[in-house]
Design a protein around this ligand. Sequence first.
Ligand SMILES: [Zn+2]
Length: 290
Amino acid sequence: MRRVLLVLFSCFLSTASLFAQQKLSPHWEELTADDFHRAIEVSKGTCVLPIGILEKHGPHLPLGTDLLNVRYASLHAAEKEFAVVFPEYYFGQIFEAKHEPGTIAYSRGIQLNLLQETTDEMARNGCKKVVIVNGHGGNEHLLPFFAQAQMASPKDYVVYVLDGERNRPGGPTKKSTGVDYHAGENETSNTLYTHPELTHIDRAGRESGADQKRQNLPDFLYTGIWWYARFPNHYSGDGSVAAKELGEWNVEGWISTIVEAIRAVKADDASLKIQNEFYEKSKHPLDTPQ
Ligand SMILES: [Zn+2]
């Protein structure tokens, strides 16, 4: 009887450890060193770097809204299509909100160097495919430039950038009709879906998120002050009409896009080869056939 129990117990233990072995957390920081090694194998070196920011989000959403939402979407995507997800990263471009409380705006050099050293370190640990998932509108110029800058000198990894997709057409009818760029109906709905406990919808009407149109320039002229000129409260849209159903539609769509991106990246065996060909040729441009 004792022996039977012992056999049963060791069976249970081996099943339990097998289960623990099979189920890897997508959170980089939750893995043991040994599990990390296996996670890199299972993910085929595919890692996700969700980028958020700390900035005011109207009068009603948390400072970390973009970080919270991009991590929610990335981690749910990595549960469906396994990839290793880097810890909290909020060191993006947000100079335009320096006048508001709680904004962390690192200098231009730090933003670029820190991102480069982060992806370099990820790659040194086996992440040969780094998918940057952007959760913040202010990074929309920074990240394509960063990806382009990878061509400057040889790298043994590829940077992929997934921008946008934080809202999508179709789905539940929207109630607001004006601009909706920041902490408005879409983003408030998304946060109502991902973090309802942090969404203070009753405060959304305390400030105006209307476009104040204080600059009179044609669309083809760009200035850094354009955002502040239009939205000095760092609020664009109307968060008071947000609905969880719209958030579900947006966020679930975003998750599907990230899943699709991870799958495409895993299957991509061309980019690194082409990069290597380019780096090699760029060492001696005069030998490139004309
Ligand atoms: Zn945001």
